[in-house]
Each structure stands twice: as C-alpha cells, then as structure tokens.
Design a protein around this ligand. Structure first.
Ligand SMILES: CC(C)(COP(=O)(O)OP(=O)(O)OC[C@H]1O[C@@H](n2cnc3c(N)ncnc32)[C@H](O)[C@@H]1OP(=O)(O)O)[C@@H](O)C(=O)NCCC(=O)NCCS
Length: 175
C-alpha cells in the first residue's frame, strides 16, 4: 500500500469510487480544483487507486476577515488567526475497506495539516455514518456540535474536531 499525491490520470477511478460511496458525490470539477495540492492524496494498492483524501487549511470566510479588519480599525489588539485544518473528503473503495486504508489516509492527511502548522483539524460527518465516526474517534476527534439538516437530504451532521500537536521547530535542549 502506497500513499502519494493525486494526479490527473487518477481522476476516473477517484470519481468511480466517489459515486459508489456517496449519495451526493462531488462533481469532477471539485477534484480537478484540488489537483496539484499536497493535501489531495490517493492510496494505491497493487497498482490501483483504493481510496483518497482531500485536506487543507481553511481560508477565513469573508465575514471572518471583515470582523478582523473591523477589530483592527477600532484599535483591538491583533489576534493571530487560528489555522484550522479541514478534512474535506475521504473515501475507500467499498471492496477494500476494513484493511486499515482509511486509517492510513487519515494519518497522512493529519500529518500534512500538522506540517502546514494547522492547530486543529475539523470535519463534518453524517450522524448515521457509524464507521467513519468510529474511525475519527479512534484518532481522537470529538463531536463539537450537531448541525441541523447539514446534508442535501435533510440528515443532520456532526462537526468533529481534533487539536493537532504543534510540530516542534526548536532544537532539542542539550541540558
Ligand atoms: C470511512 C471509511 C473511509 C473507512 O475506510 P476503511 O478503509 O474501511 O477504514 P479502516 O480499515 O482504517 O478502519 C475501519 C475498520 O476496519 C478495521 N480494520 C482496520 N484494519 C483491518 C484489518 N487489517 N483487517 C480487518 N479489519 C481492519 C478497523 O479496526 C476499523 O474498525 P473499528 O473502527 O471498529 O476499529 C470508509 O468506510 C468509507 O469510504 N466510507 C464511505 C465514505 C465516507 O463515509 N467517508 C467519510 C465521510 S465523513
């Protein structure tokens, strides 16, 4: 099993897996938009794509940026904006599940967010998606809140969150 950045040639298989995994799959254009990003990774098994993950650092919303600017204008001390990592998508081919691939992809996604100085990692998951929720809990994610009718079909979602350990940039003390 091998995890590597996604390439354009992987898209047909990624899209097939996406359609088998989700009732409202991402359109191809969403995956295309993430090509070239290190947070878009695939897991290859015996030369075939078995799963993928898309993670990234969240860009503050227009509202959050306006709020920060307004605070600065009114003389509030500048707060360092929190670097929130987001797990946008993760899926494993239904034929290849329960072999640790989901866990390996999630670990690679979290490692990357940590490398990018992410302070937290968050995600949304259907309240009925017990397999995914268990996987996230095993990795230390906790349910932060329930989001009413988050999904197209009216199902609620959980927002789950995990604090990431800062990557140490300090050399180890010799004393
Ligand atoms: C969620 C998802 C990515 C998990 O992928 P996966 O490859 O099955 O994940 P893992 O194999 O790492 O873990 C799943 C279970 O298999 C078990 N497992 C791991 N390695 C195993 C092995 N070698 N043999 C048998 N079982 C194993 C794990 O213990 C885990 O069970 P547990 O949670 O009861 O401990 C997958 O179910 C999926 O693609 N779902 C559809 C898309 C989706 O819902 N994504 C999440 C959206 S928020």
């Amino acid at each position: 099993m091998h995890i590597r950045p996604a390439r354009e040639a992987d898209l047909p298989l990624i899209i097939r897996i996406e359609r088998e995994c989700y009732p409202y799959p991402w359109a191809e254009v969403f995956f295309q938009g993430h090509l070239g990003e290190k947070g878009f990774m695939v897991c290859e098994m015996e030369g075939e794509i078995a799963g993928y993950i898309v993670v990234g650092i969240k860009i503050p919303s227009l509202f959050e940026r306006l709020e920060m600017r307004t605070k600065v204008i009114f003389g509030h001390p500048i707060e360092l904006e929190e670097r929130k990592g987001h797990i946008m998508n993760i899926a494993v081919d239904p034929q290849k599940r329960a072999r640790g691939l989901g866990a390996a992809l999630l670990q690679s996604g979290l490692d990357y967010l940590q490398e990018m100085d992410g302070q937290t990692a968050e995600l949304e998951v259907r309240v009925s998606n017990f397999n995914a929720i268990r996987l996230y809990q095993r990795f230390g994610f906790q349910i932060e809140k329930r989001i009413y009718q988050y999904y197209h079909d009216g199902e609620d979602g959980y927002m789950m969150c995990k604090v990431l350990q800062p990557t140490s940039t300090q050399p180890a003390s010799e004393s």
